[in-house]
Design a protein around this ligand. Structure first.
Ligand code: SAM
Length: 288
């Protein structure tokens, strides 16, 4: 099958041939726009040297272009009904392999070793939206050999991932993502480039993974606990949100810690930079 898969007529033809019914609970919204596929592939700078992991290939629309551009493409697809479809739609590509499994459960370290021989990998996907954040956090927290992640996600989540201090979108997700990588929006995407149309707008975001985290943190668990506690009551002062949290520190200790780090206790979570959170976490770690 050599024809481009992304045209609405080709996609409908394949879906009809297999009697495929979209599963809403698996976040199945398939791309039917060649420009967006090019935006995703161009934004990933994929060359014939690259190993690519795709999450959720669907019927192979984006995968086809990835196979054209990359050295090797491994895809993880949870819906087993799509495996025979992919075996047909991508039968001409011997640099493609699909694994039937759940990206949140599969042993990714082992997969990277087996399939990519510990070479740096690019992750590219039109993600299933119901698990966007867990997927991204898993990819980042497991410290896999990934140098770039380029994914389609809900627009709102994309903007939360790349936001900085003082904006309404800035929150614990911005800090978690900003700790591991440099995030940039590639393009906003309207609803009408998918079938079926999703309920929300989308955006393609590129995450360039740092060799080491952006800030030096002694205890990552404590750092992220502090960030989450601060943002859990984002309208309150840091003094209040942190002292009423599960950190287990008295109000006076929190005030002293904030003042020692030159952070006014009356400031709110959304005004602190990642560097200030790191400084605060390292100070609290030293007094605990
Ligand atoms: N890449 C295709 C495209 O752009 O047309 C399909 C994208 S669709 C938004 C998301 C895909 O992820 C679906 O094929 C769905 O079956 C798959 N999926 C959903 N949950 C998954 C999981 N936990 N692990 C792997 N794939 C999953």
């Amino acid at each position: 099958m050599d024809k481009k898969l992304y045209t609405p007529s080709k996609t409908k033809e394949i879906i009809n041939k297999y009697g495929f019914r979209f599963s809403k609970s698996l976040g199945q919204n398939f791309l039917i726009d060649g420009n967006i596929i090019d935006n995703i592939c161009d934004g990933s700078n994929i060359t014939k040297d690259d190993y690519v992991l795709e999450i959720g290939p669907g019927i192979g629309t984006l995968t086809q272009e990835l196979c054209e551009r990359a050295e090797r493409v491994i895809a993880i697809e949870l819906d087993k009904r799509l495996i025979p479809v992919l075996n047909e739609t991508l039968e001409n590509y011997d640099n493609f392999e699909v694994i039937n499994g759940d990206v949140l459960k599969i042993d990714l370290k082992e997969l990277f070793q087996d399939k990519f021989n510990n070479k740096k990998v690019k992750v590219v996907a039109n993600l299933p939206y119901y698990i966007t954040t867990p997927i991204i956090m898993r990819l980042l927290e497991e410290r896999l050999d990934i140098d770039k992640i380029v994914v389609m996600v809900q627009k709102e989540v994309a903007y939360r991932m790349k936001s900085g201090p003082g904006t309404k979108d800035y929150g614990s997700l911005s800090i978690a993502v900003g700790y591991y990588c440099d995030a940039n929006i590639i393009v906003d995407v309207p609803k009408n480039v998918f079938i079926p149309k999703p309920n929300v707008d989308s955006a393609v975001i590129s995450l360039d993974v740092y060799n080491k985290p952006k800030v030096n943190v002694e205890d990552e668990k404590l750092f992220f606990n502090i960030v989450r506690a601060a943002f859990s009551k984002r309208r309150k002062t840091l003094l209040n949100s942190l002292s009423k949290s599960t950190l287990g520190l008295e109000k006076d200790d929190i005030r002293n810690a904030l003042e020692s780090c030159d952070i006014d206790p009356k400031r709110r979570a959304e005004t602190l930079t990642i560097e200030e959170y790191a400084k605060l976490a390292n100070h609290i770690e030293s007094i605990m």
